[in-house]
Ligand binder design. Structure first.
Ligand code: SF4
Ligand code: SF4
Length: 205
């Protein structure tokens, strides 16, 4: 690949990440949900004393986080179970005491409690049965803001334009299906209006 092509790809991927961050910037409910649960999904230490962090998406460090994140571990294929084509993955630690990286919070913080799912060529958002955070909001889904759901959905459609991210989504979708780990699934319905495709509650397994 020529230097010019590399530069063009870098701009493309960065633009996709920036658009996804923007689309996924809506709060899940009106107000600050962290006040309901003591910022449970932002805790740094698990009950067993283990340090907690979060994985970045493939290329998210390179295109969005390199200048922001200072505390991370690099997980490699040899030591951790990663999808075969992903040779390394950034596992970052945030510092709630110094304030959330709000404007730069990673995709994983923006999408939770949704996960992207791709099955038989159809994209959906799912909530898994296995929950690490036991988010209190799972019991009051009717209060979730539609703009949050739409933004997360559209953000993932953007990110799927990056082949390695699509591969990652496909890999974990297959794992999820094999483990029967889908509790709730949201599919898109209807046509796009004003560029926003409204998602609708579809089924509860
Ligand atoms: S666990 Fe749920 S309610 Fe608590 S901060 Fe995370 S998303 Fe908000
Ligand atoms: S970046 Fe912010 S939202 Fe994400 S885990 Fe850290 S404190 Fe929570």
């Amino acid at each position: 690949m020529t230097d010019q092509n590399k530069k063009a790809r870098r701009t493309d991927y960065q633009a996709i990440f920036k658009k996804a961050y923007q689309l996924m910037d809506e709060p899940i409910i009106a107000g600050n949900c962290g006040e309901l649960c003591g910022y449970h999904c932002c805790r740094r230490i698990d009950t067993d004393g283990k340090r907690l962090g979060m994985y970045l998406l493939p290329l998210e460090y390179e295109y969005m986080q390199a200048e922001v994140v200072t505390d991370y571990d690099l997980h490699c294929q040899q030591q951790y179970k990663l999808p075969p084509k992903i040779k390394k993955s950034y596992y970052i630690y945030c510092h709630l005491a110094e304030g959330c990286l709000r404007d730069y919070r990673p995709i994983q913080c923006r999408t939770y409690p949704f996960e992207p799912h791709h099955e038989n060529g159809e994209f959906s958002l799912v909530i898994e049965k296995e929950q690490m955070h036991s988010c209190v909001l799972l019991k009051c889904r009717s209060e979730w803001r539609q703009t949050f759901i739409d933004g997360v959905y559209q953000g993932w459609l953007e990110l799927m334009k990056i082949p390695i991210i699509k591969y990652n989504i496909n890999y974990f979708s297959k794992e999820r299906i094999a483990a029967n780990n889908i509790m709730i699934q949201y599919h898109a319905k209807g046509d796009a209006t004003d560029g926003i495709l409204h998602t609708e509650f579809f089924k509860c397994k």
